[in-house]
Design a protein around this ligand. Structure first.
Ligand SMILES: Nc1ncnc2c1ncn2[C@@H]1O[C@H](COP(=O)(O)OP(=O)(O)O)[C@@H](O)[C@H]1O
Ligand SMILES: [Mg+2]
Length: 378
């Protein structure tokens, strides 16, 4: 990581695959930045200390276990295993690695055929350059949580049978979707969302390398919005850079545009309307105007939530009550496309919570509950 931050180039220190030829440079230029700046060595992987320590041991000769990497997207799961495989196998990489991801057919038949055939190939314990390497192959199953239960069960037997020659590395977001017999056969590593300071450092290094001009406070917004997902941050940076073209500064508007952030004024105005006894016609007009901006409804709810939590003027019990309704509204908005209705419903409900006397509301709620019981009895 430090070599990368100093030189601005990933994997330079001692990396055998740092591209130098003219055609390699051209290819690099066209690459998406997430690919171009993928860590080339496990030392380049930031934050995930446990897995890096284990993999370093394996690279220096210790036995490689079957592994399961789990955690949110963009935290380095794929990059880590790819970097380790490159370091372990060098030029033999292609012969020793089988990479399958969710877009490939991975039903039970594929487990039987592809994986079995690959794991039964024999391999030697030296590389073309004479350096030793483990007499092993690695099967990387990206997005393993998308595999059917039956396919996972089939994998369990293969994993056990081929243990002399093959190691498995399962990557997934949700470990709970992997069957227990598989998780118990793997060493598990949890990938945490990345610390904002690491993401900021890396974006700054990329900006330097790509000659992108951007103020630090704007980069900070980008980092915050990425929510610990480095892929999201790097992709957004590249999109902003593409929007602006060479040698011009990235603006806050670019970042908002790319990340579909709802400008602060809309969200603040929304909450302000709910704080007062605003006329319903005015609320409807506001929501109509907001709808015309075509911001995703879930994003509006997400930002309202942040504003609500940060508010100094709304009491904690009321925040909790509004928050609960906000969660329901946000969930409902993902299930149906009646965005206007969901926003209006939330606004009216929040207005009631914030403007009607709590005692009166309590009384009304009790009365409503009584009516429901009576209706049930009739
Ligand atoms: N821990 C990390 N250290 C360095 N770069 C990272 C890290 N996590 C993610 N990245 C960057 O984000 C991109 C996506 O990472 P990836 O390994 O594909 O994430 P995942 O597989 O966890 O979804 C990579 O190209 C890499 O540049
Ligand atoms: Mg991945």
């Amino acid at each position: 990581m430090h070599s990368f931050l100093k030189s601005g180039k990933l994997g330079e220190a001692g990396s055998s695959n740092s591209p130098t030829s003219g055609s390699a440079k051209k290819r690099l230029k066209k690459l998406q930045w997430v690919e171009k700046y993928r860590p080339k060595t496990v030392e380049d992987v930031v934050e995930q200390k446990d897995v890096v320590a284990v993999l370093k041991e394996c690279i220096s000769g210790a036995d490689l276990p079957n592994m399961l990497f789990y955690g949110p997207p963009g935290t380095g799961k794929t990059s880590t295993i790819l970097a380790a495989a490159h370091q372990l196998f060098g030029d033999l990489y292609k012969d020793r690695i089988l990479e399958l991801n969710a877009s490939d057919e991975r039903g039970i038949q594929v487990i039987r055929d592809k994986i079995k055939t690959f794991s039964q190939l024999t391999v030697c314990s030296a590389r073309a350059d004479g350096n030793p390497c483990p007499a092993l192959k690695i099967i990387i199953l990206d997005e393993a949580d998308a595999m059917t239960q039956a396919a996972q069960a089939a994998l369990r037997r293969t994993m056990e049978k081929e243990t002399k020659t093959t190691r498995f590395c399962l990557l997934c977001n949700y470990v709970s979707r992997i069957i227990e017999p598989l998780t118990s056969r793997c060493t598990k590593f949890r990938f945490k969302p990345l610390n904002q300071s690491f993401i900021l450092e890396r974006l700054q290094a990329i900006c330097k390398q790509e000659k992108v001009l951007v103020a630090e406070n704007i980069l900070n917004v980008l980092v915050q919005e990425s929510g610990g997902d480095m892929r999201r941050a790097i992709t957004a940076l590249q999109s902003c850079a593409n929007l602006q073209g060479k040698n011009s500064h990235i603006t806050l508007e670019n970042v908002y545009e790319v990340l579909t952030v709802v400008p602060e004024k809309w969200v603040a105005n929304f909450l302000d309307l709910c704080r007062k006894r605003t006329d319903i016609k005015q609320i409807i007009q506001f929501i109509n105007e907001l709808e015309q901006q075509a911001y995703p409804t879930h994003k509006i709810f997400e930002q309202l939530n942040v504003l609500l939590i940060e508010s100094d003027t709304i009491s904690e019990p009321l925040k909790a009550e509004i928050g609960e309704y906000l969660a329901e509204s946000s969930f409902r908005s993902t299930c149906s496309r009646a965005d206007f209705t969901h926003l209006l419903d939330f606004a009216v409900h929040t207005q009631e919570i914030l403007t009607v006397d709590p005692e009166a509301r309590k009384w009304e709620q009790q009365e409503n509950a009584k009516c429901t019981i009576i209706q049930g009895l009739v």
